[in-house]
Design a protein around this ligand. Structure first.
Ligand SMILES: *[C@@H]1O[C@H](CO)[C@@H](O)[C@H](O)[C@H]1NC(C)=O
Ligand SMILES: *[C@@H]1O[C@H](CO)[C@@H](O)[C@H](O)[C@H]1NC(C)=O
Ligand SMILES: *[C@@H]1O[C@H](CO)[C@@H](O)[C@H](O)[C@H]1NC(C)=O
Length: 612
């Protein structure tokens, strides 16, 4: 407030209440509850987070049970509460967006959260991250709870003056854990927090999701297990990143999650990422893990990415999963080195053609299999054919970054045909950077174009296919394909010309990537034809195509003529000299507020702003 402004009586009162609340005058709370609604609203909309929290927690409707039974929230119970709850929610939203604008807008789009909960959860994470920096120093030798939170973080929640001095309890991590911990559901903890103390500090939390980093020593594991045990009833998502784990520690982790032996764990998402397994016997880890995970029946996704898993580990894992009749939907084994992992399975299948399923049961529920970056070759692709028989409901297969080559593709073609005949749900195939040539991809696409149940999404990006592939690719665009990634396949101008000629009917296409194809002005001509033929087109990546600045004329008029479905067009990396004459053209298409247009060189990778 500037000096020349004369504060109103109301705002003086709000300020007085604010400082009383901050000072800890809780006698005030019952009086505040009786305020007329309009005054209470005003107060709620003006209080800083710390004071608002005090008021909110003390409100009669603030039944803490509700905070945890999230199934009920949003149904009758929430509506049944007074509309004051809505005023508080609005105030928390404003405070959140003010402090973390980007996160706020992102999560809001996905699903409007409970703003009070997410506010304090995010604040607590900020505090923990800050304390981690202090406590990671070799010289640190004290209690985590006693570490002081920085003034800047304290100021953000409205703790100033006396409250923020280092002697005041408010300024210590302990206070933030004890007072806001009950609202935290989802936290990221580094190894220094994995000890008895954090279990005590977070004793009010019912964590649903936990990400653990740099867990390496036996002490870390003991601390982690205690925390897992404490939260075993609420925990649904568990992720380890950059850790070193032995089979003994896996055993310990598993048993900490189902404390009462009769009661199965409730983990839905389990991930071990970029982690080293210390193991002499590679098969003991997956057996332990899988038998534990499948005991819960609620496991939905299992991600074991970038862990230097060898083929033995993967082989045992897969056959254990097959045998365990788990309800797994997503299996991610990407970025390991598992070439050869299916050779025994396929050998058994081949030698036993009459009863190919004898090797194991099946993974009926598996919908997504990610095998990206595993050094798989053509033989692995051939083996995979036999494994896929056991995955009757597979929808998504990612084989990218594996040198399977044209022969590998030829092995997968029978699977694709069979999947289509059997009316399975297979819809999405990713073959980026698989050392494919024009011949292999032409065969693949001809098969795909003839299927009775066509794919929805295909990626053949980063294979050196050349402009000769354009003919079949153009025909393929006329099938009901919705998402195509053909970035970096060497189409060049001539390829784009052929593509244009092949677009002869209305397309179902929603998303296309044709970046890095050196298409020049023909890229723009193709895009304008495409936009006129694909009424549902929403996302286009045409970056790095040596497009001249004149392309903008064609593109702008195509965007104008399109019916406004376009959401994002990336034209970056095309080195244009920005000319003011294009301003009006751009301003014209910028009326479509939903469109994010990414232009070259102005500010790379940032959305175009109408007044730069
Ligand atoms: C593994 O961690 C890396 C780095 O944090 C991340 O980019 C990647 O998406 C993670 N992978 C999985 C499967 O979660
Ligand atoms: C499959 O599971 C059964 C018990 O359900 C077990 O006896 C058998 O050894 C398992 N086989 C493999 C290959 O894991
Ligand atoms: C991948 O695994 C094979 C054995 O299966 C091994 O010979 C090779 O060195 C491994 N490569 C890497 C990069 O670890």
């Amino acid at each position: 407030m500037t000096e020349s402004e004369i504060p109103s009586l109301v705002s003086l009162c709000v300020d007085a209440v604010k400082s009383d609340l901050l000072r800890g005058d809780d006698d005030l709370l019952p009086i505040l509850h009786e305020l007329p609604p309009n005054l209470l609203d005003l107060l709620v909309s003006r209080l800083p987070p710390f004071a608002l929290q005090k008021l909110h927690r003390a409100m009669p409707f603030d039944d803490r049970e509700d905070e945890f039974s999230d199934e009920c929230i949003g149904n009758g119970r929430k509506r049944g509460r007074s509309s004051r709850a809505g005023d508080f929610d609005k105030a928390w939203r404003n405070l959140f967006i003010l402090r973390w604008p980007e996160i706020g807008r992102r999560i809001e789009v996905i699903e409007p959260p409970e703003w009070q909960q997410i506010y304090w959860e995010t604040h607590l994470q900020n505090c923990l991250d800050e304390v981690a920096e202090v406590a990671s120093l070799p010289s640190f030798d004290g209690c985590l709870g006693e570490v002081k939170i920085s003034d800047s973080l304290l100021e953000l929640i409205g703790c100033e003056g006396d409250m923020a001095t280092s002697t005041s309890g408010y300024s210590k991590l302990r206070h933030h854990c004890v007072h806001f911990g009950y609202l935290a559901r989802c936290l990221r903890l580094q190894n220094i927090f994995c000890n008895e103390e954090i279990c005590h500090l977070l004793r009010n939390s019912k964590l649903q999701s936990l990400e653990l980093r740099w867990i390496r020593s036996k002490e870390h594991i003991t601390g982690v297990c205690k925390l897992l045990n404490q939260n075993s009833e609420s925990l649904k998502t568990l992720e380890f990143i950059h850790c070193t784990l032995s089979s003994a520690s896996i055993t310990e982790i598993c048993s900490s999650l189902s404390p009462k032996s009769l009661q199965a764990h409730g983990i839905k998402h389990f991930s071990i990422n970029t982690t080293k397994f210390l193991e002499t016997n590679p098969s003991s880890v997956p057996v332990e893990l899988v038998s534990f995970l499948s005991s819960g029946r609620s496991l939905y996704s299992l991600k074991l990415s970038d862990n230097h898993l060898g083929q033995k580990f993967a082989k045992v894992l897969f056959s254990t999963l097959l045998n365990a009749s788990s309800s797994l939907s997503i299996l991610d084994l990407s970025e390991n080195n598992i070439s050869g992992w299916l050779s025994e399975l396929s050998a058994l299948s081949k030698s036993n053609t009459r009863t190919p399923l004898r090797v194991g049961k099946s993974l009926q529920s598996l919908r997504e299999l990610n095998l990206r970056g595993n050094n798989l070759n053509k033989d692995d692709a051939d083996d995979l054919r036999y494994a896929l028989v056991h995955l009757p409901n597979l929808e998504v297969l990612d084989m990218s970054d594996n040198p399977i080559g044209d022969d590998g593709i030829r092995s997968l073609i029978p699977f694709l045909m069979e999947a289509s005949e059997k009316c399975t749900r297979f819809v999405d195939l990713m073959l980026e950077n698989c050392e494919l040539s024009c011949h292999g991809v032409t065969e693949l696409i001809k098969t795909l174009s003839s299927l009775s149940r066509p794919l929805k999404s295909l990626s053949i990006a980063d294979n050196d296919l050349g402009s000769q592939v354009a003919g079949v690719l153009g025909e393929f665009l006329c099938t009901p394909i919705q998402v195509l990634n053909a970035g970096g396949i060497g189409l060049r101008s001539s390829g784009f010309q052929v593509l244009q000629e092949k677009l002869t009917k209305e397309l179902k296409l929603v998303e296309i990537d044709i970046s890095k194809n050196r298409g020049g002005i023909e890229t723009a001509n193709f895009l304008s034809k495409l936009m006129s033929e694909a009424p549902k087109l929403a996302i286009v990546n045409a970056a790095y195509n040596l497009m001249p600045v004149e392309s903008l004329t064609a593109i702008c008029s195509a965007i104008k003529n399109a019916k406004g479905t376009l959401q994002r067009m990336d034209l970056s990396g095309n080195t244009w000299d920005y000319q003011p004459v294009y301003d009006s053209m751009l301003a014209d298409i910028q009326c479509n507020e939903r469109l994010i247009l990414i232009l070259p060189s102005l500010t790379p990778d940032a959305p175009y702003d109408a007044d730069p």
